[in-house]
Design a protein around this ligand. Structure first.
Ligand SMILES: *Cc1c(COP(=O)(O)O)cnc(C)c1O
Length: 430
């Protein structure tokens, strides 16, 4: 029992475990592949309808007036997302900036933003801010803010939500993905139900969805079930691993225009903005996104199946339906968590020699450790893992441009856990 088998033996056993997990997850993989196919067709049809041609890939300079490629990219995105309009730009510096433009675009002093899915993602806390914080946050500008924590079972707390909606409530905020929380993500069908219920309570509400990590994981997007405005990052799902920076907003024409006025300036909106050399990557990335998202989701399913087999708690479980890329694994101990994240880094094609350590990342409240051996800095459709160093030490892993890379990453991380003596007791490994 105490004798550690050699590296080759451990790796062989881990590979065998992975193959068994793949066999168990066969049906789950098939369903991910079907969704990827449907979304691939949907995206190609959007390209065809808007007659995408190679001259659209030549980026504009200066003001970027009459940039037909930019206009067509917006149309293709709107079409693929089933929205009236979209704004897809490299000028959004991150997902947080994109969401910030969407919210500032539609909210005015005295209006209230009500998040119904609990505390939003860490980086949004400073966008929402506090009254008088002097930073120009939403609350500093006089926008009112409330959030309703999720109910004990992880669902929405409708009693509290009904009480929280007042004549001032203007925007309902929904975060689709679990983010760094140990909770379920909200499926598109569930988001559709939320839209129906809140609009029955107050018909003039706008529903906003933070769609980060959700795009193309399901056959429909939130804007196809009545959501007025949504936003996401191009260095996550819809950039398809190729977009070098940027974000998108999709929704009603009025809401998207309001967000565009915020991104540039009132009266200018989306009609200017040089696209420089970013166009081809954004088009081609969108074309590739459904397939790559499918590869990443299969990687998440494999991770869940394997870690469950080894006795760790996972969310979602391997057989549960998925609505985002993120796979949470609960390690219980900081040591395990750090070894896992370092193992994911070790499997990267880029920067595998770098050993990630916990650090105080701007915008986050706890120390965070991140594995990001990526071609695009921070790109998280690429295999990556993040974890705030706080109890109960949950790692959030996502991405993988190819399933084989995700599998290699999971195996490398598992090997590191075995090698460090952190998991040795399971009969099939020792
Ligand atoms: C990533 C993410 C964001 C913020 O995006 P950044 O690009 O990191 O600024 C917001 N919400 C959710 C749910 C996310 O996953």
């Amino acid at each position: 029992m105490n004798e550690q088998p050699d590296k080759q033996t451990i790796l062989k056993r881990l590979e065998r475990l992975a193959e068994e997990a793949e066999n168990r997850a066969h049906e789950a993989f098939r369903s991910v592949e079907r969704i990827a196919e449907r979304n691939q067709w949907k995206v190609i049809e959007a390209f065809k309808r808007h007659k995408v041609s190679d001259f659209h890939f030549a980026g504009s300079t200066g003001y970027g007036y009459n940039d037909r490629g930019r206009e067509v990219l917006d149309l293709v995105y709107a079409d693929a997302m089933g929205a009236e309009a979209a704004l897809v730009r490299p000028h959004f510096v991150s997902g947080t900036h994109t969401i910030s433009c969407a919210l500032f675009g539609v909210l005015r002093p005295g209006d209230e933003l009500l998040y119904v899915t609990g505390r939003p993602y860490d980086t949004l806390h400073k966008v929402i801010g506090k009254p008088g914080d002097g930073r120009g946050s939403l609350q500093d500008w006089g926008v009112l803010y409330k959030e309703v924590p999720l109910a004990a079972g992880g669902g929405l707390d409708w009693e509290q939500i009904e009480q929280a909606i007042t004549p001032r409530t203007k925007v309902i905020g929904i975060q689709r993905s679990r983010g760094y929380d140990w909770r379920a993500s909200f499926t598109v069908a569930e988001i559709g139900e939320i839209v129906k219920k809140v609009k029955a309570l107050k018909p003039d509400l706008l529903v906003f969805v933070d769609n980060c990590y959700g795009e193309f994981t399901e056959p429909l997007e939130p804007t196809q079930v009545g959501v007025d405005l949504m936003a996401g990052s191009l260095i996550k799902n819809p950039g398809g691993g190729l977009a070098e920076t940027g974000g998108y907003i999709a929704g009603t024409a009025a809401a998207v225009e309001a967000a565009a006025f915020r991104l540039t300036a009132p009266g200018i909106g989306g009609e200017v903005g040089a696209m420089l050399g970013t166009m081809r990557a954004m088009f081609q990335g969108l074309f590739l996104a459904p397939h790559l998202v499918g590869q990443a989701v299969k990687g998440s399913v494999l991770a869940a199946a394997l870690f469950e087999e080894l006795g760790f708690e996972t969310k979602p479980r391997w057989h549960e339906p998925r609505t985002d890329l993120i796979q949470a694994v609960r390690f219980g101990q900081a040591e395990h968590l750090i070894a896992f994240v370092q193992g994911i880094q070790q499997a990267a094609a880029v920067d595998a020699h770098v050993v990630p350590e916990p650090w105080d990342m701007p915008g986050y409240e706890n120390e965070v450790i991140m594995a990001a051996g990526t071609f695009i800095q921070g790109g998280s459709l690429e295999l990556s893992a993040d974890a705030p160093i706080r109890e109960p030490y949950i790692a959030y892993m996502q991405g993988g441009l190819t399933y084989a890379h995700a599998k290699y990453g999971i195996l490398t991380a598992l090997y590191r856990l075995v090698e460090s003596g952190l998991i040795v007791t399971k009969p099939y490994i020792t």
